[in-house]
Design a protein around this ligand. Structure first.
Ligand SMILES: [Zn+2]
Length: 252
């Protein structure tokens, strides 16, 4: 397991809940003990344009504090995706998140769609033909869904369910018919019992990781990566990320 992380992600780049001081420090302190850290490289303008309209790129590009972080987060996610393709599962511990960023608009603390950019880049390079994106954030990733609407090479699945039982039933049922050459995960931790959603435990995140890891092992030789989306309680998010990655390793 590789973790793509840059200390720049600890900086404050905006005034939204994903950008608050201290959001990633605890997660970083847990992951650095256990995993090899890889420095991400910012993605290029061409990479952004794989998903976003030129005027959206220009619009975000005018924000001197957001733009460098947004291209670094997308770059971290591209790195994680390439690592997965090369046989080692990976996680991008990054911000800003991305799943509410669509081709020509964004909201919900997102600017560029990290997971969508990484997936599209691999598809365009013909490194992979069929990708499944599983999003277990509390919120529906409308930006990701809009990006790949009508694209037969990508399936986007947001796990529904407002309690753990329904959440796991839905996830397992969907995966029974799922297929892919690569699994991408929009990993949001805001359903945690100590976060906005208030109903998944840290152990539930470990189980989620195990289910997804074992699905990837059975369907695509373990080619799976994840990138951070939501999660607003730094402590529970740190614990949940560590649990999710441990579960992922169990499943693989
Ligand atoms: Zn969310």
């Amino acid at each position: 397991m590789k973790v793509f992380f840059d200390e720049k992600f600890l900086q404050i780049y905006a005034g939204d809940p994903a950008a608050v001081p201290g959001r990633l420090e605890y997660a970083f302190s847990l992951l650095k003990e256990k995993y090899s850290l890889v420095d991400p490289v910012p993605c290029s303008r061409e990479d952004v344009l794989l998903v976003h309209a030129p005027y959206h790129l220009e619009y975000i590009g005018r924000d001197e504090s957001v733009y460098p972080m947004a291209v670094l987060a997308a770059g971290a996610t591209i790195g994680a995706a390439e690592s997965a393709l090369n046989g080692e599962a990976a996680f991008a511990l990054c911000r800003p998140p991305g799943h509410h960023a669509g081709p020509d608009s964004c909201w919900g603390f997102c600017y560029f769609n990290n997971v969508a950019i990484a997936v599209r880049k691999l598809l365009v390079a013909e490194k992979v033909k069929k990708v499944l994106i599983v999003d277990f954030d509390l919120h529906y990733g409308d930006g990701t869904a809009n990006t790949f609407h009508g694209d037969p090479s990508v399936s986007y699945y947001h796990v529904k369910g407002s309690n753990p039982r329904v959440f796991f039933d839905n996830l397992k049922e969907y995966l029974q018919s799922g297929s892919a050459e690569l699994v991408a995960v929009s990993a949001g931790f805001d359903r945690h019992s100590e976060d906005w959603g208030g109903y998944l435990s840290t152990t539930d995140y470990r189980e989620t990781g195990k289910i997804l890891g074992s699905f990837a092992k059975d369907t695509c030789r373990g080619r799976i990566f994840a990138a951070l989306e939501g999660g607003y309680n730094p402590h529970s998010m740190g614990e949940a990320i560590a649990a999710f990655l441990a579960g992922l390793e169990d499943g693989l």
